[in-house]
Design a protein around this ligand. Structure first.
Ligand SMILES: *Cc1c(COP(=O)(O)O)cnc(C)c1O
Length: 403
């Protein structure tokens, strides 16, 4: 059944067909959950044959996976134009750390976008530094400054698009082109958009990283990560993951595959609801800034329109002339929004955030933002009805000012 047809299909259809053509899953809709450490060989000859190939689809030992994990890797590879393969990791952060370890060695310098996810920053300042890799943070909105930040030993660039919490969209094609000209490998944390909304490799990046915990899992019951790349970097990622002993459970791989099938409709719905909420927030006097790339006029909207084919339910806003106590009254009064980390699930979440402690070089507060206007709240929009979420926010804003 499956074969060449897949590359002609649109993304929504590929979410259904992808990762199902392996011979192990040809007779069922979903690959079985194949729990195994040991695979038995028929004889010494087949055992020795098994040692020759280090590729998905070949049994060796449980740490190299089995049909359930291979089906997920295949699916993610098929969804990422330009990818030769995908390596799975026990979390999104594990994917980031292992990918950086795959491309860097002692003495190298890593450039990290200043708006990257905080644990990514901590990886640069922590384990990578201890192993002899230096880092420099750069403002991803300043392309000339980025080009000037390279030195002879700069070997990798870590991007995130849009940036965590403050949601700036950067010019990935321009930054990736500069990195390539300077001989550095570019990695991008593409968790926000996934390959459905932003084709990272096709836009010039070498390695696309996704926390599958978020949109792919989609149900807040799973932690998993992935890195996809063309042949050269895929081999490096694969060898490094194997040397680090990374392996993911077949149960989690099966959950991720289940989530993947509905990711397109969930993202569409969450994007539409997020946009409705962003518009509603934007019209309020007590909101200073809405940081939502899908919102016309918001920071990064033009680049988002140019480079992305979709959005998601994650965005932020900044309260106007309110302090932390007021913000806490608002968040605590929310009923439909849970208060907790992570995002991309079917349920809506809210979390307060402050930017200054997690920026090194980007100007913050931004020009014209005013020091009193830094009280941020990040929302992750789920599948609830938009009007219910707006009503919940409305009563929480009222509670904020009652305090
Ligand atoms: C959550 C997140 C990660 C890490 O994923 P985990 O599975 O929680 O380790 C990485 N990048 C971004 C942008 C995230 O939001």
């Amino acid at each position: 059944m499956a074969g060449n047809r897949d590359k002609d299909l649109r993304a929504g259809t590929r979410l259904v067909t992808t990762g199902r053509s392996g011979s192990f899953s040809a007779h069922v809709v979903n690959p079985p959950v194949w729990r195994a450490s040991t695979h038995l060989y028929a004889d010494c000859a087949s055992l020795r044959e098994g040692q020759k190939s280090n590729d998905d689809g070949h049994f060796f030992y449980g740490r190299r996976g089995a049909p359930t994990q291979w089906a997920l890797s295949d699916a993610l590879t098929e969804l990422e134009p330009g990818a030769a393969g995908t390596v799975l990791y026990p979390s999104g952060l594990a994917a980031i750390v292992a990918a950086l370890m795959a491309v860097l060695k002692p003495g190298d310098v890593l450039l990290v976008a200043d708006n990257a996810y905080e644990p990514t920053r901590n990886t640069a300042m922590g384990i990578l530094k201890r192993y002899g890799v230096q880092h420099r943070f750069f403002d991803p909105l300043d392309v000339d400054g980025f080009a000037a930040a390279f030195c002879e030993n700069t070997k990798a660039v870590m991007l995130e698009n849009p940036g965590s919490l403050s949601m700036e969209v950067c010019d990935v094609p321009a930054l990736a082109r500069i990195a390539r000209e300077k001989g550095a490998v570019s990695l991008v944390d593409n968790t926000w958009a996934t390959s459905l909304g932003f084709t990272a490799l096709a836009h010039g990046c070498d390695i696309a990283i996704t926390a599958l915990t978020k949109h792919v899992g989609g149900h807040s019951d799973l932690m998993l990560g992935a890195a996809s790349a063309g042949e050269r970097w895929y081999r490096k990622l694969r060898m490094t993951a194997q040397q680090l002993g990374h392996v993911v459970s077949p149960d989690d791989a099966a959950l991720a595959l289940r989530g993947l099938r509905t990711m397109g409709v969930r993202l569409e719905r969450e994007t539409a609801t997020a946009l409705a909420l962003a518009l509603w927030l934007d019209a309020r006097d007590d909101v200073a800034h809405v940081l939502c790339p899908m919102l016309p006029g918001a920071p990064g909207h033009e680049l988002w329109k140019r480079d992305f084919t979709g959005g998601c339910g994650l965005f932020s806003f900044v309260l106007k002339d309110r302090d932390d106590a007021a913000r806490c009254r608002l968040v605590d009064a929310l009923d439909l929004f849970g208060l907790g980390y992570s995002w991309g699930g079917f349920e809506s979440l809210a979390i307060p955030f402050d930017i200054p402690p997690i920026r090194s070089t980007m100007p913050w507060p931004k020009d014209g933002w005013g020091v009193g206007e830094c009280c941020g709240i990040r929302l992750s929009i789920g599948l609830e009805d938009a009007s219910d979420l707006i009503a919940d926010l409305d009563q929480a804003f009222a509670a904020m000012d009652k305090g």
